[in-house]
Design a protein around this ligand. Structure first.
Ligand code: 4AD
Length: 461
């Protein structure tokens, strides 16, 4: 009741307060400003001092509220995640104290824009960071506001920008292929089926075929597009929807494809570790050591040999060991991870057997059993890139469809590329979430998504 009788007003004799964003506080030191944002942290000290850490997405600011300013009804009932507008003067923090950017706002007036609930429904009661992962995922819309998640999402944005810079500075055009498709790229077992005006269709698994069609028009091309995989397994690196960065390059050789991949990864790492987000990056991953060129290149047959020499055995579906790996076997996630983590450096695993790869991969001239293909394996995550040269001979492509039991008719437009000015070319797809999990040293790819989609979770929030 007493608090309700305490009223505050803006002092009209003070200089006009300029509305700023929190990223611009340093430039506005000693000026009177006003800022709008969310109450990130809240602490009262006695009856006449209150500290509010304000957040507006661009930064953080410690606001100091004295006397009447922290005795009003609104002040006493203020909750975390409420939105407020704060007026005051930006001052350096006293010696020995720390605050974001080394200063604080000495508040002279403030008002509530919207009050978040308190009590049982208060923000801090909706989840805590030790909660069961499924609780955190149900509350993802609120978890996003927590420091770690916010940082990951900011770094994700910076990394996507770095990828785009790399491509634009190297003469690539960006295209935006469709997600609704009627052709598969990476095998029928992971397709999401849907009805497209009464016709069967899928959500895209890869934009590769469209990038290949764009090359004769635009030269080197790339896209950053969602891909979809119905992966009925819960692992740290499988999502049902992920951001797929793909590129396609005309008139290159397999070796040049590998060089381009190495350049892409080292260049983007360099942009992040030296760019405007470098401090945030090293805060997330203090022990990071940038990989050096050239990456270790290893052939599939050598990987099989490595597994055999290290006594790693093949397992059946029930997890029983059934004997050594042989040429032609798919290398599953667990042994692949074991090898990569043991070697503990990026590996470009090349020349996979044709039978375990997609219809479009050409065979090597020196060994007809294997293809000009590459996976890049990173310690801690495993495969982050899949790429290859593409079959550019029409008859070979027809044989590829046949081997994989694909009806060529919906692929007429893809097949046409081998009739109208065919050309040697290659490309790759990089899983953005896996790249981030590697770079930021995260346990699970879902930590890098705004709203993750994976097996065992509903499509919301
Ligand atoms: O190896 P993949 O299946 O290759 C392709 O889709 C090619 N058509 C790409 C191309 O050449 N243009 O997938 C490429 C990458 C993988 O290395 C992995 O990083 C990521 O996409 N990826 C996934 N990421 C998260 N969840 C999943 N379920 C993924 N499946 C693939």
């Amino acid at each position: 009741e007493l608090a309700k009788s305490i009223k505050i007003e803006e002092d009209a004799s003070l200089p006009q307060a300029k509305l700023i964003k929190l990223r611009d506080t340093v430039a506005n030191r000693s000026h009177r400003v006003r800022v709008k944002g969310w109450v990130h942290r809240l602490r009262t000290q006695g009856k006449s001092l209150m500290f509010v850490v304000l957040r507006d997405g661009t930064g953080f600011l410690q606001c100091v509220l004295n006397d009447k300013l922290c005795q009003t009804y609104d002040a006493i009932t203020l909750t975390r995640e409420s939105t407020i507008e704060v007026f005051g003067t930006l001052k350096l923090v006293p010696e020995g104290k720390t605050a974001p950017d080394g200063h604080e706002l000495i508040v002279d007036y403030w008002k509530v824009i919207h009050k978040a609930p308190g009590g049982l429904d208060a923000f801090e009661n909706k989840f805590n960071t030790e909660s069961d992962p499924s609780v955190l995922l149900d509350q993802r819309h609120l978890v996003l506001r927590e420091d770690k998640t916010t940082k990951i999402l900011k770094l994700r944005s910076a990394i996507l920008f770095a990828f785009r810079q790399h491509f634009f500075e190297n003469g690539y055009f960006e295209v935006t292929p469709p997600c609704l498709v009627q052709t598969q790229v990476e095998g029928g077992s992971t397709l999401f089926h849907l009805q497209y005006y009464g016709q069967p269709a899928y959500l895209t698994q890869s934009s590769q075929l469209y990038l290949e069609a764009a090359c004769p028009a635009l030269g080197d091309v790339f896209c950053i597009q969602e891909s979809f995989r119905a992966e009925k397994s819960s692992t740290r690196r499988h999502l049902s929807e992920y951001t797929h960065l793909e590129a396609e390059c005309p008139f290159i050789s397999f070796d040049q494809l590998l060089d381009r991949l190495e350049f892409l990864i080292t260049d983007v790492v360099d942009r992040i570790t030296t760019g405007p987000f470098k401090e945030m990056f090293y805060e997330m991953n203090p022990g990071f050591v940038a990989p050096k060129k050239p990456f270790r290149r290893m052939r599939y047959v050598e990987a099989i040999q490595w597994l055999n020499e290290h006594g790693v055995l093949k397992k059946d579906d029930d997890g029983n060991e059934v004997g050594p790996f042989e040429f032609g076997d798919d290398i599953p996630e667990a042994p692949e991870r074991l090898m990569t983590d043991t070697i503990n450096e990026p590996i470009m695993l090349c020349e996979f057997p044709a039978e375990i790869k997609s219809f479009y991969m050409p065979r090597c001239s020196h060994d007809n059993r294997v293809t000009e293909s590459v996976d890049i394996l990173m310690p801690g995550v495993g495969e982050i890139v899949g790429g290859s040269m593409r079959i550019w001979d029409l008859q070979e492509l027809m044989a590829g469809y046949k081997r994989e039991e694909i009806d060529p008719s919906p692929y007429y437009w893809f097949t046409d590329q081998r009739k109208y000015g065919s050309y040697p070319h290659g490309g790759y797809g990089l899983g953005v979430e896996r790249f981030l999990a590697w770079l930021l040293n995260l346990d699970h790819v879902r930590e890098t998504c705004l709203f993750p989609r994976h097996y065992g979770r509903p499509c919301q929030p």
